[in-house]
Design a protein around this ligand. Structure first.
Ligand SMILES: Nc1ncnc2c1ncn2[C@@H]1O[C@H](COP(=O)(O)OP(=O)(O)O)[C@@H](O)[C@H]1O
Ligand SMILES: O=C(CO)[C@@H](O)[C@H](O)COP(=O)(O)O
Length: 470
């Protein structure tokens, strides 16, 4: 048995592109060791791949670990049969095939306002409920075999404990058949969406509850969605808004009241502590930069250099970066568009800058939306893979128009999952007080910078209206 001094906990981030592991000191949160393994680059994935990534990422790292918490990409549909075997590959949050199912379900159940009131959110193709409708319509024989539906983090937690499947309020709130305000499932919505079928759902645990133990006795916490885990790691409070730039771009803050945005821009999720997590999500974030770097045949560091060499406004180029369709605004079939090309501005520098500005403009619209829904935006905490980009760090304060900080160390999702594990281990009413982050404060927007940012945003919004009428 470890002495209290050296108790270790592990946090897992099983997100879209990879699994990351952070092993932390349970009392202070100090990171002791870490690991990582990649996921397939597809929008449907056999959960077995997450399990092998978990094993690879944790290989040799879990010795002496007393508790594990798993945070996962939200919304993914994992379907199991009577034997606990996977019925079909999981459909991920960024798979847009269920866009029509989302529109149909929205109309069938009384429209956007009725949905926002019932489950806090208006479903788009990302939500689990729409994927179940898609399966009921397109794969009815497979749907008939579904005995149970889980989310990615639920499935991994279940693999670890081997016990009854469980989830938490945060991740359940992204299904479309759970009411965060009422803290209960809506089986009526699930059954109607799934063509009259009644699959079992995981039990929703309290934030500090234990899901069970691994065969070798390690405690496993309830786990949660990746954005909820990041909020737990960063301990965000009034005035803090997180902008995460991973595969998805997310904007979120914490709130004591349940949001219900009938426009569907802000999802009314629950957090991992018992409160709410109003969140806006775009489908195109870090990969806009990797795709642009690929097109220019340069590495990400060179993309940064090019973007920083261009002037604000990219010489008049505007990129609507809807490369994988888009979720906010809800344009699942959209493609990207580039505006304002002239012989004089068609340079790699301007294209790189337009990519950074275009990605950030989508998040700035999310910032406006959460502000409209009662979140006080005093500063932005910038996280996720693309928060490491120098050009993103330079442009974000201009486009967002508020002070921006980059909290260190990175990998906040895995750290939040580790903190939840430490909380379950301690059994205390509040999560353990960890040492917190050091934060790199970026340049605040000057008056001139804020004006430039407003102009960039205006051109972005005009381009969007022109092509997509939203
Ligand atoms: N310095 C950088 N500049 C731009 N993008 C970066 C940089 N470092 C990492 N990324 C991008 O961040 C993404 C991974 O971020 P992450 O938050 O781990 O994603 P996810 O949680 O969706 O799996 C990748 O697309 C990667 O290319
Ligand atoms: O769908 C959402 C939020 O509603 C996404 O934020 C997913 O949770 C995936 O996160 P990343 O893997 O992009 O971090």
């Amino acid at each position: 048995m470890n002495s209290e001094k050296d108790v270790l906990v592990a946090g897992i981030d099983s997100s879209t592109q990879s699994t990351k592991v952070m092993v932390c000191d349970a009392r202070t949160g100090r990171v002791v060791r870490s690991g990582r393994a990649e996921h397939p680059d597809t929008t449907e994935v056999d959960p077995a791949k997450w399990w092998s990534a978990f094993q690879e990422a944790t290989d040799g790292l879990l010795d002496g670990v007393a508790a594990i918490g798993v945070a996962g990409q939200q919304h993914g549909m994992v379907t199991l049969d009577d034997n606990g075997d996977v019925v079909r590959p999981a459909l991920l949050w960024n798979d847009t095939r269920s866009a029509k199912a989302a529109a149909d379900l929205t109309a069938e159940l009384g429209g956007p306002k009725a949905w926002a009131e019932a489950v806090g959110s208006v479903p788009v193709a990302s939500f689990t409920v729409t994927k179940l409708r898609w399966m009921a319509e397109h794969e009815p024989e497979l749907a008939d075999r579904v005995a149970r539906v889980l989310l990615p983090h639920d499935w991994l937690t279940w693999r670890l404990t081997g016990g009854d499947p469980v989830t938490d309020r945060g991740d359940a709130s992204g299904t479309g058949y759970f009411s965060p305000a009422e803290r209960s499932y809506r089986p009526d919505i699930l059954t109607r969406a799934f063509g009259g079928r009644h699959p079992e759902l995981p039990t929703v645990l309290d934030p500090a509850a234990a899901a069970g133990h691994t065969p070798d006795g390690t405690l496993v916490s309830a786990g949660t969605g990746d954005n909820m885990a990041a909020a737990l790691a960063l301990e965000i409070g009034d005035g803090d808004v997180v902008v995460s730039l991973g595969t998805s771009g997310t904007v979120f803050g914490v709130s004591g009241t349940a949001p219900a945005d009938a426009t569907g821009t802000v999802a009314g999720f629950a957090d991992a502590t018992g409160r709410f997590l109003p969140l806006a999500c775009t489908l195109n974030a870090a990969r806009v930069l990797t795709a642009t770097a690929g097109m220019l045949n340069v590495e990400l560091a060179e993309l940064d250099r090019l973007a920083l060499a261009a002037s604000p406004g990219a010489g008049g180029l505007t990129l609507l970066p809807y490369l994988d369709g888009e979720r906010t605004p809800n344009l699942p079939e959209a493609a990207g568009s580039l505006f304002g090309l002239r012989r004089t501005n068609m340079t790699p520098e301007n294209l790189a800058r337009a990519a950074v500005e275009g990605m950030l403009c989508g998040l700035a619209a999310g910032l406006d939306a959460v502000r409209e829904h009662g979140i006080n935006v005093r500063r932005v905490l910038l996280i996720g893979g693309a928060a490491q980009s120098e050009s993103v760090r330079a442009v974000a304060p201009i486009v967002f128009g508020v002070p921006v900080v980059v909290p260190e160390p990175a990998e906040h999702v895995a750290i939040g999952a580790a903190r939840q594990a430490a909380w379950a281990l301690a059994g205390t009413p509040e999560p353990p007080a960890w040492q917190g982050n050091t934060a790199l404060r970026l340049d605040e927007p000057s008056a001139e910078g804020a004006e430039e940012g407003a102009r960039v945003r205006q051109r972005h919004a005009e381009a969007r209206r022109q092509v997509h009428d939203v």
